[in-house]
Ligand binder design. Sequence first.
Ligand code: UD1
Ligand code: UDP
Length: 381
Amino acid sequence: MDKLRIMSVFGTRPEAIKMCPLVRELAAREGVESLCCVTAQHRQMLDSVLEVFSLKPDWDLDIMTPRQTLSTITSKCLTGMDEAIDTLKPDMILVHGDTSTTFAGALSAFYHQVPIGHVEAGLRTYDKYSPFPEEMNRKLVSSLADLHFCPTANNRGNLLREGVTGSIFVTGNTVIDALKTTVREDYRFSTDELNHLPYSEKKILLVTCHRRENYGEPMRNIMLALRQLAEENRDVELVYPVHLSPVVREAVDRYLRGAPRVHLIDPLPADEMHNLMARCYLVLTDSGGLQEEAPALGKPVLVLRRETERPEAVEAGTVKLAGVVQDDIVTMAQRLIQDRNAYAAMAHAVNPYGDGQACRRIADAVLWHFQRGERPADYQG
Ligand code: UD1
Ligand code: UDP
């Protein structure tokens, strides 16, 4: 029997962190040739993840330009994917989540009539413009996909209500598989500054912020809130690996740089980031991935957004929506910094997003689709 050619397509940092373990899992399966096509929507931040997971792509579209627009990302991906698909001839294409790479990868697969598996399917806010453009990207991909790999039962419920066609699996999120390979108690950071942070004497606040819907006024408010928190709390150190987006870097330079107790550093390799998260006190972020990782590590999260498509950890009590108003963010963070009971109520490890077996379930489901194995049992949460 010919080997199945399963091609994973991704381009940004979070997609890479969540897809590299799956590319590996597929490569370990007899009867599968695991192919990897990167768009490089992100260049340096993608390459950093590929290095951590020792993965060499089979195809690289190398599309990134500074201050790229949504249209240029999408059109460059579409054009580049034609040649990748014609040359690599995949039997199935796997895309992840909700980025422009994801949408263009799925659309291209559809144009070539290649079956599509959507990893991290079914997340929704039901607000077309928030997150922008991700909410619409993932809805469009749900219409195109044949196999939907939902992290949680709640995500499956969203797809069932929308009446999507194809097969739906509840698998857990592959980010938990990734975390299991990166976090270690005896970890030493190659960014030496992180080895010397006062983890026991002070409260380390880990921050990230990059979302397009936060550009402008919301990002200004967030930066000013972070500045106020650092200025008013001597027992706090704020560590912020700043995204390479020039829009984000300008906001950071304008409103946050120079504040006391603030460490502005370059984006961290995934293993460094995961281990820093495991040692920090509190996470403030607008990132999707951090909302999944931090709860698994027992770290409270304040989400710097108005909504979230990840309600599971909010329900479990480890994540709270802080919004994008300066006073609200400061008040909620101050409470967690000063009130031990409020902190303890949130700082307990819960794992609504997976058990580290998501990649195994997804690989099983792919083989099942081609009648080469049993249908995997759903992740029960
Ligand atoms: C993208 C995704 C978003 C995801 C985020 C993860 C879309 C529309 N957005 O947003 O869903 O949450 O990635 O980080 O797909 N840059 C570099 N080097 C890099 C990466 C980025 O220089 O390695 C700069 C470039 O100038 C680029 C800009 O950052 O133009 C913005 O990157 P882009 O991928 O367009 O959007 P993000 O906001 O990062
Ligand atoms: N991350 C990283 N280095 C950093 C910041 C984040 O490796 O300096 C990881 C983080 O642990 C998570 C992922 O990147 O796994 C989240 O990516 P991002 O916040 O860029 O995108 P989102 O999840 O919001 O789509």
